[in-house]
Design a protein around this ligand. Structure first.
Ligand SMILES: [Zn+2]
Length: 424
């Protein structure tokens, strides 16, 4: 399909959403019985406005939207009324997920938790299920224990709820190595991200002696779970939570969108100053311990990072700065674009999945305070946001059977970049 056609029909992924929500402290997990995910056709501006106005009246939110279509998540109570309105106005839609609670339960049945550290084998993660934050920490500890000359762990800070933000460094210690930063899980509900990042780490380390020079001559810094409080909250309380768990000065709404809290052009387009919003940017730039930890680590590091790669879901996008404003290219836009395309090609070779490459603000729309913009602003040339699978069939609740293939795509992305960087 031609790029121009694609850009018209492209979905805008979750990270750029405008959703208002009013969470309350929870005793029991939020249930999504009968909740559905619809893909709605937005044929013209009038339709578009009508569809987005539904959010003000009914219990619906938008996970993904573009000029042409929108992924709309509907609580059960909203379904009949919204269906009638769409039908009356001849707005086409299709049901992608007909009962979100069932999807969540299917996913949970293959979820490794506290009772069974490392699931059933006690040796490594297995990438056939989603693991707890504690399991991921244990996985990192074991790598360091097994490969003390290659791996080291540094706690770069603590989350609001005092979980450690642990960065794994993988390095042969050679001078003159390149340096690559990778993080996952900045958005809580995007579980495929930490799963993919741990897969990459595992391959780097376990197969180190067979890795090509462009992998070995890199100092790797990996933060698999940038937002551990949010991650655990999605496992125990609300599968659809996005932000961290900041108290917001005792506002009744918790959480800051960490991917709006980074300091470059903070508080601009595509952000909210309302603590109840899904895209609340926080009380100021780097107001959150999780984003501040990464900032301090990168800024005080002796490394000159060559790449800053942050993994999200969903939508299958490879996005580069600037994201804060439309139509403002970076000086080296052509380099970022062609490198992104090379990566997309190697990702497609894994399992025929198409990843679309482009500037985030132009391809989707502007959102300020993202970590990729900040990475670029401090001089890291190859700064990207990678939106992993899928394209809206399951959205955030990606069934575990897709973890491995998706992780291999993320792996292909990283390897391509290491190769590009080595050649520079
Ligand atoms: Zn995200």
């Amino acid at each position: 399909m031609a790029q121009s056609t694609l850009s018209v029909i492209l979905l805008i992924f979750n990270c750029f959403l405008f959703i208002e929500s009013v969470p309350t402290p929870l005793e029991t997990p939020v249930r999504y019985d009968g909740a559905q995910l619809w893909n709605v056709d937005l044929s013209d501006e009038q339709t578009r406005q009508m569809v987005f106005d539904l959010e003000n009246e009914f219990d619906v939110s938008f996970w993904s939207t573009s000029h042409a279509e929108a992924d709309m998540f509907l609580k059960k109570s909203a379904i009949e009324s919204v269906r009638q309105i769409l039908n009356k106005n001849n707005i086409e839609y299709s049901v992608r997920v007909d009962d979100m609670q069932k999807r969540i339960e299917e996913e949970s049945s293959q979820l490794y938790g506290e009772e069974s550290l490392y699931g059933n084998n006690n040796k490594s993660l297995t990438w056939d299920a989603y693991y707890s934050f504690d399991d991921i920490l244990l996985f990192l500890d074991k790598l360091v224990e097994k490969y003390p000359n290659l791996c080291s762990l540094e706690t770069i800070g603590y989350s609001h709820e005092n979980r450690p933000l642990k960065v794994l460094k993988i390095s042969n210690g050679n001078s003159g190595n390149k340096a690559i930063w990778i993080d996952g899980g900045i958005h809580a509900r995007e579980w495929i991200s930490p799963a993919s990042v741990t897969y990459i780490v595992n391959d780097l380390v376990e197969n180190w002696n067979n890795q090509p020079a462009y992998i070995q001559n890199v100092n790797w810094y990996v933060l698999p779970v940038h937002n551990p409080d949010g991650y655990e909250y999605t496992r125990k309380s609300d599968r659809m939570w996005r932000k961290n768990r900041s108290k917001n000065n005792n506002n009744h709404c918790l959480g800051v969108d960490l991917n709006r809290n980074y300091g470059y052009k903070w508080g601009g387009k595509g952000t909210s100053s309302n603590p109840c919003s899904e895209i609340y940017a926080g009380s100021g730039p780097f107001s959150e311990p999780e984003s501040t930890a990464v900032k301090n680590f990168v800024e005080t590091s002796e490394e000159n990072f060559d790449a800053f790669l942050t993994f999200h879901s969903y939508g299958q996008w490879i996005l580069y700065p600037w994201g804060y404003e439309n139509h403002i290219p970076t000086e080296d836009r052509d380099d970022l674009d062609s490198a992104g395309r090379q990566a997309a090609k190697s990702m497609k070779a894994v399992d025929k999945q198409v990843y679309t490459v482009g500037n985030s603000a132009d391809l989707l729309y502007a959102a300020a305070g993202g970590s990729d913009d900040w990475g670029k602003s401090v001089g890291i040339k190859y700064s990207y946001t990678i939106e992993l699978r899928d394209k809206g069939r399951y959205g955030f609740v990606l069934p575990p059977k897709y973890i491995l293939a998706t992780a291999k795509e993320a792996h292909a992305f990283v390897f391509t970049f290491a190769q590009i960087i080595a050649a520079n």
